[in-house]
Write a protein that binds this ligand. Sequence first.
Ligand code: AGP
Length: 607
Amino acid sequence: MCGIIGVIANDPAAPMLVDGLRRLEYRGYDSAGVATLDHGAIGCRRAPGKLNNLDEKLRAEPLAGVVGIGHTRWATHGVPNETNAHPHVAGRVAVVHNGIIENFRALRAELAQKGVTFASQTDTEVVAHLLDDLLEQGLSIEKAMVALMGKIEGMFSLAFLIAGDEEVLVGARRGAPLAVGWGKGEMFLASDAIALAPFTQQVSYLDEDDFVVVRRDGATFFDAKGNRVQRAPVNTQLSGASIGKGNHRHFMEKEIYEQPTAVGETLARYLDPVAREVRLPGLESDLAAVPRITLVACGTAYYAALIGKYWLEQVGRMPVEVDVASEFRYRNAPMPEDGMAIFVSQSGETADTLAALNYARSQGQTIVTITNTETSTMARASDVVLPTHAGPEIGVAATKTFTCQLSVLLALTIACGKARGALEGDKLHAAVEALASLPSQIGKALRMEEEVKAIANVIADARDVLYLGRGTSYVVAMEGALKLKEISYIHAEGYAAGEMKHGPIALIDEHVPVIVVAPSDELFEKTMSNTQEAAAREGRIILITDEEGARQAGDLPEHVIVMPTVNPLISPVTYAVPVQMLAYHAAVRKGTDVDQPRNLAKSVTVE
Ligand code: AGP
């Protein structure tokens, strides 16, 4: 959840570190800090709050030196103040850390007995003291790292700066990503290759339990026992431009507008445009025989998985179980022999989803991951990876990765239906055409922006919003409610329209906007009956539907967003667009921090 960067540069390190941290800030933004090596001595600046605070501090109190480490934090242990901000310095060692050191209390007590005193409440500071202690005992950096890795438990990526004449950075990973960047006469470390995009595209990823010693002339990789290992560089294809905001006010807005391209790029991998066939390399042969698919994810990715369940069951005729990862991982679910478990994750690093994956592996399932990060821990731990090609998503609220995940899940559904004899002939053809039409249909949905914006102004002042839908539209309603909560801080509930009368209807009065997601599909009439019930309690009905739905709804709604008419199969993808835009414009109207909403982080690598 935190962002880490390290540089051995030709130019002053501090501005480069801050520049790299800007691209990592979406991972956490409670506090930030940098440390550099100047004539062998460590200098450190830290500041609570956004990166700009650190930037200002560095202008007032600059740091010299061309070697350094930096960090942007999402607090786990200790409040987000300056003392708890990273880097933490102990003797010759400065450290930045992403993750959790689970046995830090025991280690802290051990060190305290030796007379060590601690400045912060963090688990991280313990690591700095431990490494300093090991180096003080005369161990080489490599031997000290082997000993350190043996002592600390939990999941982490770490970057160390070591005082002395040598230009050296040390990195380590267990359960959280770390990459080494190869520049021209410069070397880098980062928790995410995005941070390095302007500096280099040549990146080596550490494997689980690796550590690395980085010097100006290159990097030497070791496994946890200290054996040298090779981690060849790969080209990330990330450019500085691909992670800018372009002409948009916010990353979220840019990413909403990138959806036609992102989905198109993703489909290029799964759809043969000439043969009009879905292709799922590595999976097709299994789909006929699999007794059940288990889908697991968190947050928005969970909603993609839930829509996947509706599709796979109804169209693919596949039994499916779906759960949020934080529940699934601890409920010891029996899993069928020869079953398949599919994990959906933009980052591929979410701690709960990764733990669920490991559980499914222990139950003998075929492991499949749908992810936007092909180099992620989950991707590496999978039998089959189904990548989304959304490009970097910087806004904390997931948008384009959601519709890309849905595109992959629909391709999977079609492949499943075909393999299980449920989709043939015209039905199969229509499903493939609907899938292929996604980029252009999302493009049409984006043209609704002005209409949506006007309605966002209506809901921006509400205290509570109720989102309703049935079938896959129920899931879109939940995603719409999540988006509203995340970025506009409006309390919103996404509810199954038919379930509303069993409780939430009590919330409705003349102040509550009730947003109904209802394309004119086979569930439309039922949804309209529930909408009548909400209207009868004076709820302010906002209907998102198509032309036919608007005609049938008559004057029941106060506002209508009339969407392009699509094959009902793909409506959850196209209807995702107005719910994203509603949240976006409500947040802009309220003046919240759209891309970095309070308390959140892009990738949640702790439990
Ligand atoms: C979505 O807007 C969220 N920020 C969040 O729910 C996210 O989808 C969730 O944390 C899962 O992340 P992942 O896809 O990287 O696993």
